[in-house]
Design a protein around this ligand. Structure first.
Ligand SMILES: CC(C)(COP(=O)(O)OP(=O)(O)OC[C@H]1O[C@@H](n2cnc3c(N)ncnc32)[C@H](O)[C@@H]1OP(=O)(O)O)[C@@H](O)C(=O)NCCC(=O)NCCS
Length: 275
């Protein structure tokens, strides 16, 4: 039997180092909310909540760039399509957002987590003495043996070259130039892209998840947070499309207009045998 008072047991059960709230007082990571309001940007607030302290301005800028870059990819992106369909079925905005965010998994939007793990594997091999090209090739082999041929963070359904990736890497390079980040994740990602190109005989370019994973890695975010922070960003686009759909009359909107059928691939029409 423990002798700790029940009230203390309950407080320990719900312990946190994030926010400290008492009647009339709210503080995050030690900073009173009245100090934060009006002085701290939303990206800096995200950093404070997740990392425990405020970011350096140049790190805040990189995080902001990643958040801006991934807000939306139009109604053909599964998450956005789901948000529209959910609203047309009567879900309120929060329900539509939850449904949409649930699709941000390994193949769509959530690939950043795996991409960051892949880059980390390259970097571990380099720390153990491997040259960057060998490290990338070995990390790709390990990934494909475990998870299949599609490397996370590379390739895109629509874009031959993802217009977001180059700009994001440009900002990373500029930050490296100012000594703000080390540039190791950017180098690892580029080495993976080069190794993939050699294997496939064509460029499978880095996509938004691969490029934002570079930023999250350079900034020291753990791989699962690459996915989590991506969800924060994409939630903006999801909300905007769900809200736009709210103003429309569509009811029970399916994935295609009614005039378009689908292909049936099952048994030809047949009869139940007579008993
Ligand atoms: C996003 C994705 C689904 C788009 O796929 P797609 O354009 O329909 O590509 P396909 O499946 O038609 O593949 C076309 C070719 O590129 C190759 N390819 C495409 N993406 C690849 C990847 N990430 N890794 C390795 N090869 C890839 C395919 O093997 C195929 O090669 P082949 O012509 O020799 O058969 C795919 O690139 C992917 O799964 N990427 C990884 C997950 C990811 O990063 N998701 C976030 C997207 S923003």
């Amino acid at each position: 039997m423990t002798e700790t008072p029940l009230s203390e047991q309950a407080a320990t059960w719900w312990r946190t180092s994030i926010c400290d709230i008492s009647p009339g007082q709210i503080a995050f990571r030690g900073y009173p909310i009245e100090d934060l309001i009006g002085r701290v940007s939303f990206p800096a607030m995200i950093w404070l909540m997740l990392r425990g302290d405020l970011p350096e301005p140049q790190h805040e800028e990189l995080l902001q760039a990643a958040l801006v870059a991934s807000v939306d990819h139009g109604p053909h992106a599964p998450s956005i399509a789901i948000a529209q369909m959910a609203v047309s079925c009567g879900l309120p905005l929060n329900g539509a957002m939850a449904s949409a965010i649930n699709t941000l998994d390994d193949v769509h939007g959530g690939a950043g987590e795996q991409a960051l793990e892949l880059y980390a594997n390259v970097l571990e091999r380099m720390d153990a003495g491997a040259k960057i090209g060998e490290a990338a090739a070995a990390a790709i082999d390990v990934f494909t043996a475990a998870k299949g041929a599609y490397l996370p963070g590379f390739g895109h359904r629509f874009h031959p070259i993802d217009p977001r990736s180059g700009r994001l890497l440009e900002l990373v390079d500029a930050c490296v130039g100012k000594g703000g980040v080390a540039g190791r994740h950017a180098a690892a990602a580029r080495a993976v892209e080069a190794a993939l190109r050699m294997r496939k005989g064509k460029l499978i370019p880095m996509n938004i998840d691969g490029a934002t994973a570079v930023i999250y890695g350079e900034l020291g975010f753990a791989p699962p947070l690459a996915r989590g922070v991506f969800c924060l960003s994409r939630a903006v686009g999801i909300l905007a499309h769900a809200w736009e759909q709210t103003g429309r009359k569509d009811r029970n909107k399916g994935p295609m207009p009614k005039a378009f059928g689908y292909r049936y691939e099952g048994q030809p029409r047949r009869r139940l045998p007579e008993r």
